[in-house]
Design a protein around this ligand. Structure first.
Ligand code: SAH
Length: 219
């Protein structure tokens, strides 16, 4: 497949998987047309990059289904003035989408070799407002807090308290949480210092791994 084929597949993805399911924000659709999803996917699965499902990216991890990335992105109401914290860089695809839509993206990946591979891809694609690090993102990234947007793409059993703390006033966070087969995606907003939590759709993300190797409800 050549670049023209991929562009056509990407246009179809936006039309039939994203727009058709009700994601209509212009800036979000533009970002999905622009970001070359196939460069974030290992050779073996590259030809399937624009399918309506998640795909393996190595290290027993997956890149999320395009619609789920779009759904989460739209709920966050991204904007060029906003700073983002992402937990679970993975392939870097969601990172790239947010990089197009927001001011800066800080992103943490637990698996070092995956983080290194993704850093190269993002640099090669010319994204220059992304700051990456490897480590356990359970406790967020205090140094650059607070964040207007926090997005978590691995699922802890419960919402990590320090992430709530690092959310700016009027900020929005999207996070899957729950037992491995019964996760819900939560939209969290901070207004007048108070946390409002809305349950949205049911999802299946990879679990958030802790440094201890256990699940997110330790501590
Ligand atoms: N948005 C990514 C999703 C990747 S899957 C994409 O679409 O490609 C989730 C990622 O979270 C995996 O790469 C996994 O290694 C990472 N992860 C799991 N636990 C983590 C933790 N405690 N801190 C940071 N990253 C974590």
């Amino acid at each position: 497949m050549n670049e023209t084929d991929y562009t056509r597949l990407r246009q179809n993805m936006v039309e039939f998987q994203i727009k058709a399911r009700g994601i209509l924000a212009e800036n979000v659709l533009e970002a999905f047309l622009k970001v070359r999803r196939h460069v974030f996917i290992p050779d073996k699965y590259r030809h399937r990059s624009y399918e309506d499902n998640p795909l393996p990216i190595g290290f027993e991890q997956t890149i999320s289904q395009p619609y789920i990335v779009a759904y989460m992105t739209e709920l966050l109401k991204p904007d060029k003035n906003l700073r983002v914290l992402e937990i679970g860089t993975g392939s870097g695809y969601q990172t790239a989408i947010l990089s197009c839509l927001c001011k800066e993206v800080y992103s943490i990946e637990m698996i070092e070799s995956l983080g290194t591979r993704t850093k190269i891809t993002l640099q090669e694609e010319g994204f220059n407002n992304i700051i990456l690090k490897t480590g356990d993102g359970y406790n967020g990234w205090k140094e650059f807090a607070p964040y207007d947007i926090i997005i978590v793409t691995c699922a802890p059993a419960k919402i990590p308290p320090l992430l709530l703390k690092q959310l700016a006033e009027n900020g929005k966070m999207i996070i899957p949480a729950g037992e491995s087969h019964r996760q819900k995606l939560y939209l969290i907003e901070k207004k007048n210092g108070k946390i409002q939590q809305t349950e949205t759709i049911g999802v299946r993300f990879v679990p958030m791994i802790r440094n201890t190797g256990r699940n997110g409800n330790v501590e």
